[in-house]
Ligand binder design. Structure first.
Ligand SMILES: CC(C)(COP(=O)(O)OP(=O)(O)OC[C@H]1O[C@@H](n2cnc3c(N)ncnc32)[C@H](O)[C@@H]1OP(=O)(O)O)[C@@H](O)C(=O)NCCC(=O)NCCS
Length: 185
């Protein structure tokens, strides 16, 4: 792990170049918690007070991962300068936070968010794929999330299945989804 200025760089950060120009120079790495809070607020709860988006463990035990892209001229003109990694001139477009339980056998991912103007470009898919690989490496048995029911088909593609009954939180219909990562001996 290398830390420089405000940016924490995961030594396993991946740089992927694909044939799609929009996905050129995609870097997935750990994200400082203040940037994660900003992203959550912008994407998920812009009308709530800023502290609404903070959750227990965010600045202690949680692991935060994000997708950074090379800024295009268009991105340079937007108002998301606060989520730009200035040192590398990369724009943070998607984040997710991982919370591992005390026994280190289960992990929950929470607050998955891609900037609206960058949604449906495959960044969330890349980030969740990366997260699942990380969780596998950690030897964790089960990965789960509380998904917006309307988004459950997105997670089904990764092998997560719905568990239990839907419930309502902050006026949003939610469902628990989980997948077995490593079979316990
Ligand atoms: C959920 C969320 C994080 C997904 O992030 P994303 O970066 O848009 O994810 P992707 O681009 O990989 O996939 C989104 C959709 O675009 C599609 N897609 C992926 N790459 C694509 C491409 N190159 N061209 C067109 N569509 C594409 C995916 O199939 C997916 O379709 P679906 O919504 O029908 O399942 C994002 O929609 C978001 O931030 N939503 C608001 C906050 C939220 O609801 N968070 C989740 C709470 S459970």
């Amino acid at each position: 792990m290398i830390t420089s200025n405000n940016a924490t760089t995961d030594s396993s950060a991946s740089t992927t170049t694909t044939s799609q120009s929009v996905l050129d120079m995609v870097v997935i790495k750990t994200v400082p918690v203040d940037r994660v809070w900003l992203m959550r607020h912008i994407v998920m709860y812009p009308h709530e007070p800023f502290d609404f988006i903070k959750i227990d463990g965010d600045d202690t035990t949680a692991l935060h991962y994000g997708v950074y892209i090379k800024q295009s001229g268009q991105d340079n003109n937007n108002n998301n300068n606060d989520v730009v990694d200035k040192e590398e001139s990369l724009l943070l477009v998607s984040v997710v936070s991982l919370f591992v339980n005390g026994q280190k056998d289960e992990a929950q991912f929470r607050k998955f968010a891609t900037l609206e103007q960058h949604q449906s470009r495959g960044y969330g898919t890349k980030l969740l794929g990366y997260l699942i690989e990380k969780v596998k490496e950690m030897g964790i048995s089960k990965l789960w999330c509380s998904a917006r029911e309307a988004k459950s088909s997105f997670y089904t593609r990764f092998g997560l299945i719905q568990v239990g009954q839907p419930y309502t939180k902050n006026n949003i219909k939610m469902i628990r989804m989980e997948m077995i990562i490593n079979q316990q001996q």
